[in-house]
Design a protein around this ligand. Structure first.
Ligand code: NAD
Length: 354
């Protein structure tokens, strides 16, 4: 088992290793807690129950109703449940949806939070929390939502279906790709972003060859860690704006949308940020970073077309309008007609036009 302990001012205790979830009772005790509430989605209730069983008397219950985009009404129920059970600590087992619920409860209760991530989304590494109320998603940044402990256990990621493995990886890679041209990037964030991209370039094909390979899964989790960390450190641009718009207005699936948009958004910025994006060509091959990412995604059988995610061609005008209503930083100026062309190409699913 490889275990890695790291502590920085903004990030708590971070460990990697196959089987680490079995240390959960020690981790709860280490926080001075002894009444953990375990969180998951309905789909991962078995994993939550396994953790609760492992905790024995140090678990006060499980709450298995985490949902995509952290609906506030579910958070409020979970907060009531947390108070009723007298929980003194939260343990999230799952992807970004479960981690989001844990962050939302931690924000409202100040309870310490342990996350055991099972996708590559990277939410556990950021001080960002997106929440949905009455169909409107808002995002806040607050250090209080950073978890105290993160246990990356690759054994739990082996059950992530292959298709979700690929889309979740591309979701993580998108954080790193946009970090490369972020206005507020530093040498340290560049290095994190390239480490994250390299880990997926190497690890993802190995995972697809052998989804049960915990070594390859750990490599991709380390990539997710790097990509998530960099997401929390610099501002994102066109890619994230487009995904946020498409997810919010047309209810498109989160990770799939990132997978489809990434090559097109990067290609859009390829000329304006040619030097910044060079690491993508070095890592994935070729001379155009958007095309390089499209080839990589196609090779991993990722979804490539917005039309396959359920977006109607008739919605593209509205999507372009929504995505360009408010200005935001981006290497290449963002105009409605250029974004309309980008969305058309992403809708059809071919390699990006520059
Ligand atoms: P998810 O957490 O919604 O998971 C999708 C489905 O896959 C769920 O049913 C889940 O239970 C299941 N699943 C997860 N891991 C599994 C595993 N190992 N085996 C089997 N099934 C598994 O998906 P996600 O893409 O990880 O998270 C998306 C959410 O996270 C969105 O709401 C997004 O906005 C948010 N997010 C937030 C941040 C942030 O910094 N705040 C960053 C990235 C994503």
């Amino acid at each position: 088992m490889t275990v890695d302990h790291r502590t920085t001012e903004t990030q708590g205790r971070v460990r990697f290793g196959a089987g680490l979830r079995h240390d959960i009772a020690d981790e709860v005790a280490r926080l001075g807690a002894g009444q953990a509430l375990v969180l998951s989605t309905p789909h991962q209730s078995e994993s939550a129950l396994e953790i609760a069983e492992r905790l024995g008397p140090a678990a006060v219950g499980v709450f298995c109703r985490a949902a995509m985009h952290t609906p506030v009404e579910i958070t409020e129920e979970a907060v009531s449940h947390t108070r009723e059970t007298g929980a003194d600590c939260l343990v999230s087992v799952g992807g970004g949806s479960t981690t989001g619920l844990g962050k939302a409860i931690a924000l409202r209760t100040d309870l310490p939070h342990i996350v055991i991530p099972t996708t590559y989304a990277g939410s556990e590494a950021t001080p960002i929390l997106g929440q949905t109320e009455n169909g409107v998603k808002t995002t806040l940044t607050d250090a209080r939502v950073l978890p105290q402990v993160i246990l990356y256990d690759p054994e739990l990621v082996t059950s992530l279906p292959v298709k979700m493995t690929v889309t979740s990886a591309l979701n993580a890679m998108a954080h790193a790709a946009e970090a490369l041209y972020a206005k507020d990037r530093t040498a340290a964030t560049d290095s994190l972003a390239t480490d994250g991209l390299r880990a997926f370039a190497d690890g993802l094909p190995r995972v697809l060859q052998s989804p049960e390979d915990t070594g390859a899964r750990e490599e991709t989790l380390r990539g997710a860690r790097a990509c998530g960390t960099v997401l929390g450190q610099v501002g994102m641009a066109l890619h994230h704006k487009l995904c946020h718009t498409l997810g919010g207005a047309f209810d498109l699936p989160h990770a799939d949308t990132h997978a489809v948009i990434l090559p097109h958004a990067i290609s859009y910025n390829a000329e304006a940020a040619a030097d910044d994006l060079r690491p993508i060509c070095e890592i994935f091959g070729g001379s155009e970073p958007g095309a390089a990412l499209h080839r990589f995604a196609a090779g991993m059988n990722a979804p490539l077309a917005l039309r396959d995610l359920g977006l109607r061609e008739a919605d593209l005008d509205h999507a372009a309008d929504l995505a360009t209503r408010r200005p935001y930083p981006n290497p290449r100026p963002v105009t409605c007609s250029d974004i309309r062309a980008l969305l058309q190409a992403a809708w059809a699913g071919g390699a990006p036009d520059q």
